[in-house]
Ligand binder design. Sequence first.
Ligand SMILES: Cc1cc2nc3c(=O)[nH]c(=O)nc-3n(C[C@H](O)[C@H](O)[C@H](O)COP(=O)(O)O)c2cc1C
Length: 249
Amino acid sequence: MILYFTGTGNSRYVARKIAEEINDEIISINELIKHESTEELISTDRPFIFVCPTYAWRLPRVVTDFIRKTKFSGNNKAYFIMTCGEDTSKAINYIQKLCNDKDWQLKGMAEVIMPENYIALFDVPDKETSNKIIEESSHLIYKIASDIRDEKDFEIVEPSGFGGTIKSGITNIAFYKFIVHAKGFYSTKQCIGCGKCVDLCPLNNISLKDKQPRWGNKCTHCMACICGCPTKAIEYKNKTQTKERYYLK
Ligand SMILES: Cc1cc2nc3c(=O)[nH]c(=O)nc-3n(C[C@H](O)[C@H](O)[C@H](O)COP(=O)(O)O)c2cc1C
């Protein structure tokens, strides 16, 4: 069973490719969280395969919380596939700990480089570069799918050095404390009040007031609202006005 979380489509794309290759069922964690079905039992006799973005060199906190809260049964094997713009540093250590706590056998963690989507802090690649990155990911995605099909362990990810320990450790904690807030988001005159941002927000953190989006305090910086807006009417502080949006359908 493939369970994916996504902000801007990269992880959904990878999850779908794997599902096609291994002919397995696919479930959106976004939908489960959105409909508050996170504590229900999820059961399969095939391995659990989690696909999600990397946030500050670890699993997104929202995914870790989902896994911790939800009851899983039927088998105890888990694969983790993290899409990322660059690297996952020591995310593997935290995944191993999560698996130990869940009594799961970790069959491996793989990182798949996909286009950077963190528009609030960085530039995202142009269309041509994004397409090239996506195309280049296919070889690895097929290898991942083939290993899962054969129930093989993934090749071990080279452990990163001390820099990685800092990034996945203290920097991750500081990142959630100081950066991950909805405060900087606002809509512009281009907003047509369509509510797409409300639908896309996995945490139900956006509501419409007078046909304009209002953000609550549960934001996880997934970038779905700003990148998925059909009229490019959402901005973040003064960081995004001139930037292209990135969203993979
Ligand atoms: C809040 C946030 C934090 C991120 N942190 C990292 C990171 O630590 N390392 C990295 O390589 N990419 C990082 N990225 C980039 C995403 O992990 C990457 O673009 C991913 O494929 C997006 O997946 P999605 O489209 O399924 O949401 C970050 C993106 C966001 C929005």
